[in-house]
Design a protein around this ligand. Structure first.
Ligand SMILES: Cc1ncc(COP(=O)(O)O)c(C=O)c1O
Length: 402
């Protein structure tokens, strides 16, 4: 028996972490980064909240504001934010929308984004530009760029017209970290403000919101903290917080920030209320420091093994030398022209899933396709071995046959 590529995560109570997730038989879950995956104890906790709300609506809805405030304070602590700066939003896209809706830009203003930005967020930025006449400039940044090169690229791109920079803390397609605090300091020297897309940051970066150093930051709780979907936090240190409004205009919208976000009509807030439960569950089961260390070690081992299997079929290095990779996600090059566009990469994800039950993300950057491996606490060596045994030969075949 060959040794496993990395050991399985075992919780403090001696149980394997994998047992806490209930994946369907035959599924190989290697795509945590896209949609997250909720553990059985957290699903049970959220269902209990939903059942409580159904047993007595009057016993539930008038108390939502208090419950949400308590959950918000707890999650703010988890991401290193002041609770007075933080509000729940349904997802990262909503966080971006709330901030972009608040900006008063004019036709002479400029917004800087990077070519690593998340597609849907970039689309929202472009729509803002269309509404206001502002222009969007994309700062190209090499996948292999060091932090100093990233800062130099922004320094070169900033103009007297630049009002806003939108930059990822951890990028999606390229799975790398960006020095957002230094970018913010630079932007402030030029009179621009910074919105940090921290969709992947909660759980992966300690005190993710304060570490981002931005004017506005948002992060998904359904990704690495493995909370139920429908839960993200938006944090602002910005003086214009009174311009930030919930996307649902309802009874409490006249309250000051952040309270006006705590209750939005009859919205199901159980994803918000279950988020502290998810965060505490990982803390109790293993501890977040140990969880991060396990994900980093697993990601490194997985990428090394998959790259070794892919290397004979790739011209050049199978592993791009990303100097600051995302803690728990790694890219490995795809053979031939596979995944040359985002659409093709998404198509590959669906095709591989149909053929094998392997759930994996494929991404595309500057015309080159990558598999993006995600490692969470439930990931075991056998998942990666399975990818190498079944997915790699198929991908090689498809790269030749089309
Ligand atoms: C960097 C980044 N930003 C934003 C989002 C959007 O997240 P959501 O679809 O939950 O709004 C994602 C989702 O994967 C992401 O990776």
């Amino acid at each position: 028996m060959p040794l496993p590529l990395f050991p399985p995560v075992i919780f403090r109570d001696g149980t394997p972490a994998r047992d806490a997730w209930n994946f369907a038989p035959g599924i190989v879950p290697l795509n945590h980064g896209s949609y997250g995956a909720v553990s059985t104890p957290v699903i049970t906790a959220q269902r209990a909240l939903q059942e409580t709300s159904e047993r007595s609506a009057i016993g539930w809805f008038p108390h939502i504001q208090t419950h949400t405030k308590n959950a918000r304070e707890h999650i703010a602590g988890f991401v290193g934010a002041d609770p007075a700066d933080a509000v729940f939003v349904p997802n990262a896209s909503a966080g971006a929308t709330v901030v972009l809706n608040a900006l008063r830009l004019s036709a002479t203003d400029e917004i800087l984004v990077t070519d690593h930005g998340y597609g849907a967020v970039l689309m929202a930025v472009r729509r803002l530009a269309q509404r206001t006449g502002a222009r969007v400039t994309t700062v190209p940044i090499a996948l292999e760029a060091e932090d100093t090169e990233v800062l130099a690229a922004f320094e070169a791109a900033l103009t007297p017209d630049t009002r806003l920079i939108v930059v990822d803390q951890i990028s999606s397609a390229t799975a790398r970290l960006f020095p957002t605090a230094a970018i913010t300091a630079l932007a402030h020297r030029h009179g621009a403000r910074v919105l940090v897309d921290g969709a992947h940051a909660p759980g992966l970066i300690p005190d993710a919101a304060s570490a981002a150093g931005a004017d506005w930051w948002f992060g998904n709780l359904h990704k690495w903290p493995a909370a139920p979907r429908g839960s993200a936090l938006l944090v602002t240190r910005d003086a214009d917080r009174n311009d930030l409004w919930p996307l649902i205009d309802s009874w409490h919208a006249d309250l000051p920030y952040p309270e006006r976000f705590d209750m939005q009509g009859t919205l199901d807030v159980t994803p918000y209320l279950a988020s502290p439960i998810a965060v505490d569950w990982i803390e109790d089961a293993l501890g977040w420091d140990a969880a991060r260390a396990a994900m980093i070690a697993g990601a490194e081992a997985a990428a090394t093994a998959v790259a070794a299997a892919m290397q004979p079929h790739i011209d050049g290095p199978a592993r791009p030398s990303v100097p600051t990779p995302a803690p728990s996600m790694r890219l490995v090059r795809l053979p031939g022209t596979l995944g040359a566009s985002r659409e093709q990469a998404d198509g590959l994800r669906d095709r591989l899933f149909e053929a094998t039950g392997i759930e994996s993300a494929f991404t595309s950057f500057r015309g080159i396709g990558y598999v993006r491996l995600s490692i969470h606490l439930y990931t075991v060596s056998a998942d990666i071995e399975d990818f190498i045994a079944r997915a790699v030969p198929l991908l090689v075949r498809w790269s030749v046959e089309g």
